[in-house]
Design a protein around this ligand. Structure first.
Ligand code: ADP
Ligand code: MG
Length: 623
């Protein structure tokens, strides 16, 4: 029979395969094994309705022949006749070819091959010559399809059993790529384990092992063994799995020495059918915030491994989740209909996200202790998720977020905070700082706590940025007790302050003049109790945000600082007297400002000058 040419699209795909030395060529084996598995499925399904079709001992056999430079993959599945060889292998994609063609134009080849696989033609990534001998069930004759990539030929053949045998003539090593490894049976066995471990049929091959003799000596022998484990843990019945089975699987798979905090094993049936086994780790991986951290979600399709780090099926804000999603519908041949694929991936992602969210909500409600452990490890991730993209996902995540609060230093959700607000309290109070201890020491804290308000501790660098994006919760604005005017005072207190400001007008103006390059305003305040001064910012950028931006090398961005003075403090009273007596207050004004800087956790403008001034004062006092 004459040599035929491949159709244009097939040619393009073949070219892509032949030249794909930089992509993952290992996956050819997965493709051929899953075709064999499909063929076994088909034979099985037919046997259910057609009694003339038997279904005995379904299996896949792999032979590696180093001397001949071949790998053979055989199955006793449905098989193909001449016409089917022509239709199935002579041309790609009966349906959906248009979309696939477009995809070829738009996506990089690595994307296509690595992510979805491209079926039978991937054999040409590692072989320069492929032979397929097939005998369809209940047919007497077999047929042979051979190709060297330039064209193909179909001839008659002899074959004892039903099914298909595919022989790959492995390419010679080149400078860029070593193909010889595919002639090592250890390597092939490893690839079967990696990509096809959960294929439901046994995959047999000769495996090197050692026979131990009575005298203690061993002998290398080859044994026919089933190399795949066939059933993955997530496909097992839940009631047959012990807690420790899950834990062992998790710890082995993700190299974690701690048990998972939560295991989520579930099955969804319907438009998007899939099984998932997901884990929430109990601790943050040491490299979680580095580029080295790998997303721990694997995608399988009916037991066939498709890809690691499947970020298409979970939202980034849940990137701490590990586990597998095994889809029933996402068969590999869908690669030919990628539009549908994208739709399916999105549906999967929605469903997986929803499950993770409801699991977390449930933990928060019913298992607070573990939820707090989870939050200690991954709470920042949820906050970043809320903040990211100008808050597009805030509604999904906001109720999963907690902050430590001044009431007992415990975590509270925003819902809990709002429910506990004091009568007449309109805003959600927070204070940002490096640690709870440091925030508690801030001069501004005392009065607010005295008045019985609860204050959220923002100790995570993202916290204040987050509230600047989400602005409010349940109609209540976020308000920093370190910023602007708190408006906590009664009418009488306000009148009193106004009176004192009027009396000290001259002094305040002088201090303002002395500090005019440092602060935008100087004013008396009722905010303070024990301390003489504090620094606050206006309602825009806060002092804490300035520090964080500085760490991020954005030196130029500065908070607008205001020096607030406690009019009831003895120091202020003494200063007023000195000023009224025409004394020089400039050193004292500077020292007040420096104190405020130190308490706000900011660096002094001139530490040496500060030390000199303090020493002079000490000397005066000691004399
Ligand atoms: P897909 O598996 O996505 O349909 P492939 O390129 O992998 O695409 O295979 C093309 C077609 O060739 C299959 O749909 C199937 O009909 C046929 N085929 C491939 N391998 C076998 C096999 N081992 N036994 C029977 N049919 C096969
Ligand atoms: Mg296939």
């Amino acid at each position: 029979m004459a040599i035929k040419e491949f159709k244009t699209e097939s040619k393009r795909l073949l070219d892509m395969m032949a030249n794909s030395i930089y992509t993952n060529t290992d996956i050819f084996l997965r493709e051929l094994i899953s075709n064999a598995s499909d063929a076994l499925d088909k034979r099985h399904i037919l046997s259910l309705t057609d009694t003339s079709i038997t279904n005995d001992d379904p299996k896949i056999h792999i032979d590696v022949n180093k001397a001949d430079r071949t790998i053979t993959i055989s199955d006793n599945g449905i098989g193909m006749d001449k016409k089917e060889l022509e239709d199935n292998l002579g041309t790609i994609a009966r349906s959906g070819s248009f979309e696939f063609k477009q995809e070829l134009d738009e996506k990089s080849e690595a994307d296509i091959i690595g992510q979805f696989g491209v079926g039978f033609y991937s054999a040409f990534m590692v072989a320069d010559n492929v032979e397929v001998v097939s005998r369809k069930v209940n047919e007497n004759k077999a047929a042979r399809w051979t190709s060297d990539m330039n064209g193909y030929e179909i001839t008659s053949a002899e074959k004892d059993d039903y099914g298909t045998t595919i022989t790959l003539h492995i390419k010679k090593n080149t400078k860029e790529k070593k193909y010889d490894k595919y002639l090592e049976s250890n390597e092939i066995q490893m690839l079967v384990k990696k990509y096809s471990d959960f294929i439901r049929y046994p995959i047999e091959m000769m495996v090197e092992s050692y026979d131990y003799k009575e005298d203690g000596k061993s002998e290398k022998v080859n044994k026919l063994e089933t190399v795949n484990s066939m059933q993955p843990i997530w496909k097992k019945n839940k009631k047959d799995i012990k807690a420790e089975d899950y834990e062992n699987y998790y710890m082995q798979e993700y190299y974690d020495y701690a048990k998972p905090l939560k295991t989520i094993h579930y099955k969804v049936e319907g438009n998007t059918s899939y099984t998932a086994l997901l884990f929430i780790p109990s601790q943050r991986p040491f490299n979680y915030y580095t580029n080295d951290y790998k997303l721990g979600l694997k995608l399988y399709s009916r037991g066939v491994f498709i890809k690691d780090e499947a970020k298409e099926i979970v939202s980034d804000y849940f990137r701490f989740i590990r586990g597998v999603v095994d889809s029933d519908d996402l068969s590999l041949n869908i690669s030919r209909e990628i539009l549908q694929q994208d739709y399916q991936m999105n549906a999967l992602k929605k469903s997986v996200d929803k499950k993770i969210k409801s699991t977390l909500e449930n933990m928060l409600e019913k298992d607070r202790e573990n939820y707090e452990k989870f939050f200690d490890a991954f709470g920042s991730q949820l906050k970043y998720g809320c903040y990211d993209g100008f808050g597009v996902n805030k509604d999904v995540l906001i109720d999963l977020i907690m902050f430590k609060s001044s009431k007992e230093d415990k975590y509270v959700t925003l819902k809990e905070y709002v429910a506990n607000m004091k009568k007449g309290q309109k805003e959600i109070y927070y204070a940002a700082g490096e640690s709870i201890e440091k925030i508690r020491q801030l001069p501004q804290m005392e009065k607010v706590l005295d008045k019985g308000y609860e204050v959220l501790f923002f100790t995570d660098s993202v916290d204040e940025f987050l509230t600047s994006i989400i602005m409010e919760y349940d109609g209540k604005q976020f308000k920093s007790i370190l910023k602007g005017d708190l408006d906590l005072d009664s009418k009488e207190e306000k009148d009193e302050l106004e009176k004192k400001s009027e009396e000290s007008k001259d002094l305040i103006e002088k201090i303002k003049e002395i500090l005019k390059d440092k602060v935008s305003d100087v004013r008396l305040s009722t905010r303070l109790k024990t301390y003489p001064v504090c620094l606050v910012s206006d309602d825009n950028l806060s002092i804490e945000m300035e520090k964080i931006l500085k760490q991020m090398n954005q030196e130029g961005v500065k908070a607008n600082k205001i020096l607030e003075i406690n009019p009831d403090h003895e120091l202020f009273k003494a200063l007023k007297k000195l000023n009224d007596d025409n004394g020089d207050i400039s050193d004292y004004a500077m020292l007040l400002y420096d104190q405020a800087l130190l308490m706000a956790g900011l660096e002094l403008d001139d530490p040496a000058q500060y030390a000199i001034k303090v020493s002079e004062l000490m000397l005066k006092a000691l004399k």
